[in-house]
Design a binder for this molecule. Structure first.
Ligand code: SIN
Ligand code: MN
Length: 290
């Protein structure tokens, strides 16, 4: 799949692209069938909501789940980002966000690159998210909100929020969000929420400001996020566990386009459990470690 000149222009202007119904129901089923088994596991890759204990996010399933290992090599997700960066990619982060019915909690306003820079010392924003919806997403079940064009502002001032939710994040304060939304058009397009059927895909710049509200609806909103980083832009510090910020910078080789419905073999290095080394972290930048 190649992005058209018009899509490239749109991405440059808005900081995101939305592809409704990019994957079929049959393709998505191979993934949704696997989620309950992953969420039921007691392993450090499952981060649970503070109050309900429901899984908020599952990390690194591409290293221990076959369907997700195939998704991590899917050309419809990987090729557009390769095209945008003109370079091979590695998986910086892989997550399956639960946003469970009734108790899926908020994600505060943030830029992903803020966290990748501050925590992981990723040199530049040559990394981005590609997400797919495993459930239908509408106005009720906590859709992701973007501030179009906000990626043009580079890294914005952020504070490390370790208390609001069960997952620490570098977040942007309300006054700055108010200004950004006003500048982006206020009530006329200052916030957009791509919604659509399960199988829809979003691609967004790592400096695009985004957030999502809680899910008080009876419908789950499970989405998968691949954070793909240009290989030359790999992180320079292992301050976070490996299941949150990967340390294997091997370029991704795509599988054929039908890989979600045909059983192509994939390696599952963490199938027997998380390696002990993955939990080891260091404040020191890589050059000092070497
Ligand atoms: C994220 O910002 O990484 C996830 C937000 C969401 O799933 O709502
Ligand atoms: Mn994010």
């Amino acid at each position: 799949m190649q992005l058209t000149p018009q899509q490239l222009e749109q991405f440059d202007r808005d900081g995101y692209l939305f592809f409704p119904g990019q994957f079929t129901r049959e393709e998505i089923k191979s993934l949704t069938d696997e989620v309950p088994r992953l969420y039921a596991q007691h392993r450090p890759e499952n981060v649970r909501e503070k109050h309900s204990g429901a899984v908020r996010t599952n990390f690194a399933a591409h290293l221990y789940s076959e369907p997700f290992a195939r998704l991590a090599r899917h050309p419809r997700m990987v090729k557009p980002v390769e095209q945008l960066f003109g370079e091979k990619l590695y998986m910086h982060q892989f997550k399956i966000n639960g946003k469970n019915a009734f108790d899926g909690d908020v994600w505060q306003w943030h830029q992903d690159y803020g966290t990748w820079l501050n925590d992981d010392l990723m040199p530049s924003p040559r990394a981005m998210n590609v997400a797919i919806f495993l459930d239908d997403v509408d106005q009720y079940n906590g859709p992701l909100m973007f501030i179009p064009g906000s990626h043009k502002l580079g890294v914005l001032q952020a504070g490390h929020d370790t208390t609001t939710t069960s997952y620490p994040l570098w977040t942007i304060n309300n006054e700055n969000i108010r200004t950004l939304v006003e500048k982006a058009g206020g009530r006329n397009g200052g916030i957009v929420t791509p919604t659509g059927p399960a199988g829809s895909m979003m691609l967004f710049h790592s400096c695009l400001v985004h957030a999502s509200g809680s899910n008080l609806s009876p419908w789950p909103r499970v989405s998968v996020y691949l954070s793909l980083c240009a290989v030359s832009n790999h992180i320079r510090r292992f301050k976070r566990p490996e299941w949150i910020a990967h340390r294997d910078f091997t370029p991704i080789e795509c599988l054929p386009d039908d890989c979600l419905v045909r059983p192509y073999p994939v390696a599952l290095p963490w199938a027997q459990g998380t390696p002990e080394s993955a939990a080891q972290t260091s404040e020191a930048p890589l050059a000092e470690v070497a």
